[in-house]
Design a protein around this ligand. Structure first.
Ligand code: TXA
Ligand code: MG
Length: 326
């Protein structure tokens, strides 16, 4: 594959691909998306095929501005327009009642559609140019680590997309926070790039309804964001004791300090800056997964702000056998 032909910043070409019903990679502030025309069921079907994603896992629809919500929703609840007015464009996805113009495959037959305005200049320009809402899950094969650079997308989906819009490395690094309303109460279905504390400071306590085996919130499926190598989360010093005995090459993903000069140790943020850790998270997981280690050991971050979203991803990436619940 000649990746120079596939990747670039040509908005007109990207828009043309989408109008033709093709798939492209798009940058957002959270992770790269695999985008298609959200109003065309056949285009959405291609997303599921290319990602090898089960059709019970619905897609987020990306729009350019708040006014566009009314094109997709039968009504926009007050809480949703209030939160979008404050946080959009940004890493927040709202679940709102869908109009029939949104194909059922987008929402996996659910009555709500997930909508967000991504905070990335290239993608906002693309959305304004193409004048279509864009369905876009993260641009990775289902269950694997999310991409945070155009190169990550090219490595995994290169020949399956028509174009990748290169917007550099993602500035947030974890997926959007997903919020909806049930019986008059707000519920967060996925911890993400907008800290739940920030939302709670505005609207009061919000229930977090995480992991479920039902397809209602599949981003919350247990095994997700997972490297191919065995991945263990816990106390790294202790984990290292049991693994160095076996004399096998080990990868370590630590927060602020390095644990081992012999292991392949990547440090998420030497300054202990959680935002920087989030930016590096998926790229480092990927790097360790591609290095010649036989297992990867990671540690929990402080469980607040973006740290809670990072811990959620670590928990889902962890191998089931040694699943150290936090
Ligand atoms: O930051 C993000 O949200 C990224 C970028 C590309 O925008 N997108 C993303 O998409 O993370 P994806 O497909 O990897 O995760 C979308 C999550 C899924 O877990 C899905 O279940 C949930 O959003 N979701 C989408 N539509 C939904 C709906 N109608 N009801 C409930 N959950 C929904
Ligand atoms: Mg995903």
């Amino acid at each position: 594959m000649d990746s120079t032909l596939l990747i670039g910043n040509n908005i007109q070409y990207a828009a043309q691909c989408l109008q033709d019903g093709n798939l492209i990679g798009i940058p957002t502030e959270t992770v790269y998306g695999l985008a298609a025309n959200a109003l065309k069921a056949e285009a959405a079907v291609r997303i599921f095929t290319v990602k090898n994603r089960p059709t019970f896992d619905p897609l987020i629809v990306h729009i350019a501005d708040i006014a566009q919500m009314t094109e997709l929703a039968t009504s926009v609840p007050q809480w949703a327009s209030d939160l979008m007015r404050i946080f959009a464009p940004g890493p927040l996805t709202v679940l709102i009642p869908k109009k029939s113009i949104v194909p059922d495959i987008i929402t996996s037959g659910l009555s709500r559609v997930a909508v967000r305005i991504p905070n990335h200049p290239l993608t906002l320009e693309l959305l304004r140019t193409v004048q279509l809402p864009l369905a876009a899950p993260s641009a990775n094969p289902f269950g694997y680590i999310s991409p945070t650079t155009a190169q990550h997308v090219a490595e995994q989906l290169g020949e399956k997309v028509s174009y990748i819009l290169d917007g550099g490395a993602c500035s947030v690094g974890v997926e959007s926070t997903i919020i909806g309303e049930e019986s008059g109460k707000l519920v967060v279905y996925r911890l993400g790039g907008l800290p739940i504390e920030t939302l709670q400071s505005l609207v009061g306590k919000i229930e977090i309804r995480p992991s479920t085996s039902s397809p209602a919130a599949p981003g919350m499926l247990h095994s997700h964001y997972a490297p191919r190598k065995p991945f263990y989360v816990g106390n790294i010093s202790q984990l290292l004791l049991s693994y160095t005995k076996d004399n096998m090459p080990i990868g370590v993903l630590s927060f602020e300090k390095s644990y081992s000069s012999t292991a392949y140790n990547l440090v998420l943020s030497p300054q202990a800056d959680i935002s920087e850790a989030a930016q590096n998270l998926f790229a480092y997981m990927r790097q360790l997964d591609q290095s010649p280690v036989e297992a990867i050991l990671a540690e929990w971050l402080p469980n607040e702000g973006l740290g809670a979203a990072i811990n959620d991803r670590l928990r889902r990436a962890a191998s089931p056998a040694l699943h150290h619940q936090r």
